[in-house]
Design a binder for this molecule. Structure first.
Ligand SMILES: O=C(O)c1ccc[n+]([C@@H]2O[C@H](COP(=O)([O-])O)[C@@H](O)[C@H]2O)c1
Ligand SMILES: Cc1cc2nc[nH]c2cc1C
Length: 349
């Protein structure tokens, strides 16, 4: 038993087996050699089963970027200073970041949530203030979050999904911005996968080899301090996570409860997805892995989730950028399933 609310571990409904079987049949009947649309066919079948219809669609698509800061940045684990988190939130608000362009290109709505940037950005157009605190505590000295903060951060994700559902969202993308957050993501992954951090740590925004070695040592100290935190995924999240990571985990769980498939982004988002799936295994059915990041540990995380990422483009930005880039593929998969004629309809035998 832990102190986390019941909704976090309540299993979502699964995809409907009868709809899935009908979708598989339909893919065989469409006017193409069976299997000729490759992975698009499997994606279409998954979308149809999750949405309970042979007319799946992804629009409206919503991208939510959760931003937060990390106490562990005081250990010198990032190539960039923590102030960049706030500067990037301002850039999101002004429309000038990669995710602004990629969300527009993907035909997606974009929302930015301040889950706990150190310095309050104040009133910024398009930024939703849901501040859990002014950054997490340094997890080499104590837990990153109190239980109340961790629950509040999970709720930040749930609230974003509530807004999305009210807007009719059919596909949800979570992204993140938080200088230093590859360190909590690596710590979480190390604890949950029971791997030494040297197996998972990488350069993040651009550490050199010495920087990565230092990052590994910082994470080992945190793992030693928090003992067997890995035994309980939510307690691991509280000790080693971040506000934006908890918000993404909460969002994946809430989206599954609401019957909304979600696209997972890179290394940090996948660490959040692993927490969500360990806390609530049936959530895995509702997740598409958007891409595999160039951050070296991402492949281990992807393997743990046992799914094939849609794209492998060498991206390592975060912000939801890889997942947003994968959205047109999901849209295409839904379109073939919904719009193509069957052999019978086309009079082809
Ligand atoms: O998504 C990824 O795979 C990814 C890989 C490396 C870095 N990032 C982004 O870079 C920031 C974290 O990097 P770092 O080096 O400060 O820990 C954070 O804002 C992430 O969005 C993201
Ligand atoms: C400029 C910049 C943009 C980012 N977007 C996500 N993480 C980032 C880190 C930096 C440093």
């Amino acid at each position: 038993m832990n102190d986390f609310p019941a909704w976090v571990s309540k299993p979502p409904a699964g995809p409907e087996p009868a709809v899935r079987q009908a979708a598989e049949r339909r893919q065989q009947e469409l006017t193409k050699p069976p299997g000729s649309l490759g992975h698009l066919e499997a994606i279409a079948v998954r979308l149809a089963a999750l949405q309970g219809t042979q007319a799946p669609r992804v629009d409206p698509v919503r991208v939510v970027v959760f931003a937060a800061d990390h106490g562990v940045t005081s250990e010198g684990i990032s190539a960039f200073p923590a102030e960049v988190t706030l500067a990037m939130v301002q850039n999101f608000a002004a429309g000038g970041a990669a995710i602004n362009a990629l969300a527009r290109a993907a035909g997606a709505e974009l929302e930015v949530v301040d889950a706990g940037v150190i310095q309050d950005p104040g009133r910024l157009g398009g930024v939703i203030p849901q501040r859990v605190g002014p950054g997490t505590a340094n997890f080499v000295e104590g837990p990153a979050m109190s239980t109340d903060q961790c629950v509040a951060a999970l709720d930040v994700g749930r609230a974003a999904v509530d807004r999305a559902r009210s807007a009719g969202t059919r596909l949800f993308v979570a992204g993140e911005m938080g200088i230093g957050n590859t360190t909590p993501a690596t710590a979480l992954a190390s604890a949950l996968l029971r791997l030494d951090p040297v197996e998972l740590a990488g350069p993040g925004t651009g550490l050199d080899e010495a920087g990565v070695s230092h990052k590994v040592k910082v994470i080992r100290r945190a793992l030693a301090l928090h003992g067997d935190a890995g035994a309980d995924p939510l307690e691991t999240l509280r000790c080693l996570g971040g506000f934006e990571i908890a918000a993404m985990a909460g969002a994946y769980i809430a989206a599954a409860h609401d019957g909304i498939p979600a696209v997972v982004d890179g290394f940090i988002a996948t660490a959040a997805a692993l927490v969500a799936v360990r806390a609530n295994p049936a959530v895995a059915d509702w997740l598409f892995l958007g891409h595999v990041s160039a951050e070296p540990g991402h492949r281990r995380l992807v393997a743990a989730l046992d799914d094939t990422p849609l794209l492998d483009l060498g991206l390592r930005l975060g912000e939801g950028s890889g997942a947003a880039t994968a959205v047109p593929l999901l849209r295409s998969a839904a379109a073939i399933h919904r719009e193509m004629a069957t052999f019978a309809e086309a009079g082809l035998t």
